[in-house]
Design a binder for this molecule. Structure first.
Ligand code: ZN
Length: 254
């Protein structure tokens, strides 16, 4: 069965700024959706079904039905995090705990959903100076780094610098170096409930980052990694003992 992906985008910068619209004529969501479905010289077209959703749609395009039929949600937001309704955030959070993957992109570090799942401020340093970023693979062999050279150079990037106030990731796949001297944990894996969460840093709206083949490869890998797949069922609540228990000393009130 194909992985069902919903690509969510705030979709404001593309409509408000000509330079962004020129880079992303179909919206950032269009570029990401395109990246997720493309075949490359060495890899066939991924088995994915992609749809997009944006902030200004009813319920931000993230209805119960859409989320119920989403295996992986990718999230790009920046200027309007506050406009995302809390009940939709809670709906997304519950779906992640239930097994849906979430790929939080670039300025989604400050989105309500990412902060809710992390439980920290998710603050960082930043600077917009079209500087070079070197994205180093620090976990070779990790599926998200499959087919990616040990160092990917992003010619023009917004800088994000440490400290990045997030919990210690379960796996750190990428670390960035910036021309100005800062470093940043750019590819962080988490598990929340039954769901997998990946934070991926590159993707500032005024640079053509999502057109870069290495970045597009990483997006495809991230979606494949975050997909629920066959992970076994989880049960909670009152449990029958596997062995007979001597309950004669049980003083608890039932
Ligand atoms: Zn940015």
């Amino acid at each position: 069965m194909p992985t069902r992906v919903t690509v969510w985008n705030e979709h404001r910068h593309e409509r408000d700024h000509e330079a962004v619209a020129e880079l992303y004529p179909d919206g950032i969501h269009g570029a990401i959706a395109d990246a997720l479905t493309e075949a490359t010289d060495d890899v066939e077209r991924p088995a994915v079904e992609v749809r997009t959703a944006t902030l200004d749609e009813p319920e931000h395009g993230l209805t119960e039905d859409v989320l119920a039929s989403t295996d992986v949600l990718t999230w790009w937001g920046h200027a309007a995090h506050d406009e995302v309704a809390d009940d939709v955030v809670e709906r997304v959070r519950e779906r992640v705990l239930d097994g849906m993957g979430l790929v939080a992109l670039h300025s989604a570090h400050y989105s309500k959903i990412f902060k809710a799942l992390m439980g920290t401020s998710c603050s960082l340093k930043w600077r917009e100076a079209a500087e070079t970023e070197r994205l180093w693979v620090v976990e070779p062999g990790h599926p998200i780094a499959a087919g990616v050279d040990e160092c990917v150079e992003v010619p023009e990037a917004e800088m994000y610098g440490e400290r990045f106030d997030v919990p210690q990731p379960d796996a750190l796949v990428f670390t960035s170096w910036f021309e100005g001297g800062e470093v940043f944990r750019s590819g962080c894996c988490y598990r929340r409930g039954s769901g997998r969460v990946f934070y991926f840093r590159p993707g500032h709206e005024t640079y053509p980052v999502y057109h870069q083949p290495e970045v597009r490869r990483i997006l495809r890998n991230a979606v494949a990694w975050a997909a629920p797949g066959e992970r076994g069922s989880v049960s909670f609540g009152n449990a029958e003992p596997r062995e007979e228990i001597d309950e004669s000393d049980d003083r608890s009130v039932h």
